[in-house]
Design a protein. Structure first.
Length: 461
């Protein structure tokens, strides 16, 4: 189908040009005393503008455009980010397979665990590989997945993240082949891989799965909070079940400001194809070349990785603060052992030259050669109960010093943020290894409910 001229944006411009009187929500009524110019296109589901929860017109064409771009059977647009899509996908899978446990990679985002909590499903933990020289989790092994599926034929749902926040890519072609072999449903969180599948020669192949979820804002030009869910051929979940999940987890008043941004993004990708990525790709290649050979830091490079982000190993918090305070460059995230700088489709050689020049200036100004950080992996989790069962007892938690918690079930999520990957989950038995990770003092930790982790662990009675 053809969607190469930002049809939603054009329709909004044409409609508003007739100066209609809005006797409908939103309440600002396009009155400039209340509404800034940027929000004048904020409408509701009026005639001719379709309904995101039951699209048959212009929004359905937009979803079909997304399906065409990423070669999927169906596509579903979200204005509640990838998180709503992950919730809907896992809820739908658990509805289709109500008795299945969920084989879940332990480096999945918090939204995955929230979805599993809501479904009441049990978790089969899938540990990613760990390299002692890297301060973050590695790929998920296809052979590990096959071993679990061969051992338990009732295991019908698998959830994997690829690429990860740091740009680690798992062999999703082989993982998808294995899950299809065992008639298991594969949900792939590819929130950081919206650009994958658009130019395989530079970025590599797209993430595979029955359901693949992509954030359209992380690396592409769509506004923050927009995403797409792709259902591929052979996926056993019907469109109507996904729509039902979206009825639950996505707002019933979708923003046409955000949808307009999705329209512009998709129409550009559809009409220009891989050529639209060339300036960005040239800028990445330039930056990779210029970031090699640092004395006090090291650009992380691997034979298979997601190239849109730069993970710079070394004193990440120091580098982050220097770039921000001295050069007015705001990077994605920092840790004691590394820093993450994300690029996107809007980057050019000029923008990345400014970044590289600043990194090299910081590198030249310090004299502390790079030393590898030894990563302490997340302990293999053992659960006393499901996440839902633990959540139902959460209000009876007591908070204790870590050494007094060993052997007891946790009552809360404790996770690193960014990106939001749990180190401890509700219902998980606290071990000495867990306490070692939580008491390191060099990771930014938060708890469920928007609280900072202050050293006490909530445990269940």
């Amino acid at each position: 189908m053809k969607y190469d001229n930002d049809r939603l944006g054009a329709a909004l411009k044409l409609y508003l040009g007739t100066d209609p009187l809005p006797m409908h929500m939103p309440g600002g009524k396009r009155n400039p005393d209340f509404v800034s110019q940027a929000f004048m296109r904020d409408i509701t589901e009026i005639g001719g503008f379709d309904n995101l929860h039951s699209p048959t017109g212009i929004l359905k064409d937009m979803e079909d455009c997304a399906a065409s771009i990423w070669k999927a059977r169906n596509a579903f647009i979200s204005v509640n980010g990838s998180s709503a899509l992950i919730l809907a996908a896992i809820w739908s899978a658990a509805t289709l397979y109500p008795n299945s446990k969920i084989l879940t990679a332990m480096n999945c985002h918090l939204s995955v665990w929230n979805a599993i909590e809501l479904t009441g499903s049990s978790i089969v933990p899938l540990m990613p590989a760990f390299d002692i020289g890297l301060p973050f989790a590695g790929h998920v092994s296809p052979s590990d997945i096959e071993r679990y599926l061969a051992r338990d034929p009732s295991l019908k749902i698998v959830v994997v993240t690829s690429p990860t926040y740091e740009g680690v890519i798992s062999d999703m072609d082989e993982i998808f082949r294995i899950t299809r072999k065992y008639d298991a449903l594969l949900i792939t969180d590819s929130a950081h891989g919206a650009h994958l599948g658009l130019d395989d020669k530079f970025f590599g192949p797209d993430s595979k799965g029955d359901i693949v979820i992509k954030s359209l804002h992380k690396t592409l030009s769509s506004p923050t909070q927009t995403a797409v869910m792709l259902l591929n051929e052979g996926c056993p979940i019907e469109e109507s079940l996904i729509r039902r999940g979206l009825d639950i987890f996505e707002t019933s008043s979708p923003s046409y400001i955000l949808l307009g941004g999705v329209s512009k993004c998709l129409s550009s990708l559809y009409s220009k194809g891989p050529e639209i990525l060339k300036p960005w790709e040239e800028a990445i290649s330039y930056a990779e070349e210029n970031l090699r050979g640092l004395r006090n830091f090291r650009l992380w490079e691997a034979p298979v990785r997601e190239r849109s982000k730069f993970v710079i190993m070394g004193y990440g918090d120091f580098l982050f603060d220097q770039l921000r305070g001295t050069f007015n460059i705001e990077c994605e995230a920092s840790f004691p052992s590394h820093m993450i700088a994300m690029t996107g489709i809007g980057d050019t050689i000029d923008s990345l030259k400014r970044f590289c020049d600043a990194v090299r200036a910081v590198d030249d100004a310090v004299d502390s050669p790079y030393a590898e950080s030894k990563f302490i992996s997340r302990p293999y989790p053992r659960f006393a109960m499901t996440l839902r069962e633990a959540a139902q007892s959460r209000l009876r938690c007591v908070e204790l010093e870590p050494e007094f918690c060993i052997g007891r079930p946790s009552g809360e999520f404790i996770y690193g943020f960014p990106p939001g990957i749990p180190i401890l989950m509700p219902g998980e038995i606290i071990t000495e290894d867990t306490v070692k990770v939580l008491t390191r003092g060099d990771i930014h930790l938060h708890m469920g409910g928007g609280r900072n982790y202050m050293g006490l662990i909530p445990v269940l009675p």
